[in-house]
Design a protein around this ligand. Structure first.
Ligand SMILES: [Mn+2]
Length: 224
């Protein structure tokens, strides 16, 4: 590991030990809820096991024909899919030809509670995208805009290895904040920030007691 990569990882490890506020404002209508899913994390990971058994990890094709570096699955009424035809939501897993597994109650409960804590009471997600990041994997800046309901927020739950979350503005060229996301952290954005550009920096290598050598991200949305 290079010295630079080591210092970045050490920064993240140090930050995880510092006292943290219950709620940190990123922007109007965008909030970080430090550790909001920490207590539930073991139950979330256990509930994911039958989801992944029914809808195994896969590296979807981008419309350009490249395999995405992030491994993905879905649960809930709808799943986010990508292939040569584009990005969209589908009730059926294209890999198995069957509906996506149902959203486990513990996942739904965490998403709805965190949305309410962030000021989006009444959030009823119908889709949960499950992303698995291996060391070195990143997600470049993008907007979530495949949902019909752009009034509902996005709720993002981080599990496992820490990462730098990139949160920009409504234009791609806007300044980008770099936020350390730890295991159990939740980010919620909606309202005026619903179409904010966001992404994650390359995942630093490491080992997490609950997830092993990866970060798992749950992204809850109301697609319809
Ligand atoms: Mn996104």
């Amino acid at each position: 590991m290079s010295g630079r990569a080591r210092s970045r990882r050490d920064d993240l490890a140090t930050q995880s030990l510092l006292p943290r506020a219950a709620l940190e404002r990123i922007a109007d209508d965008a909030l970080l809820l430090p550790g909001a899913a920490l207590d539930a994390a073991p139950a979330l990971l256990t509930a994911l096991q039958p989801v992944i058994a029914a809808a195994p990890w896969r590296h979807m094709l981008t419309p350009g024909g490249a395999h995405m570096s992030v491994a993905m699955s879905n649960c809930g009424q709808l799943g986010w899919v990508s292939d040569r035809r584009g990005y969209r939501y589908d009730a059926v897993d294209p890999d198995t030809g069957t509906p996506w597994p149902p959203m486990p109650a513990v996942l739904r409960a965490v998403a709805e509670r965190c949305a309410a804590l962030a000021g989006f009471a009444g959030f009823k997600p119908d889709a949960c995208l499950v992303n698995r990041y291996a060391p070195g994997t990143r997600l470049s800046l993008h907007q979530d805009r495949n949902e019909q309901d752009l009034l509902a927020p996005v709720v993002s739950v981080s599990l496992g290895l820490p990462v730098r979350f990139l949160f920009g503005g409504l234009r791609r060229a806007d300044a980008v904040q770099r936020l350390a996301l730890m295991h159990g952290d939740v980010v919620v954005w909606g309202g005026r920030q619903r179409l904010a550009f966001h992404g994650v920096a390359p995942l630093a290598d490491g080992e997490h007691a609950l997830t092993g050598r990866c970060r798992i991200n749950l992204t809850f949305r109301k697609a319809l």
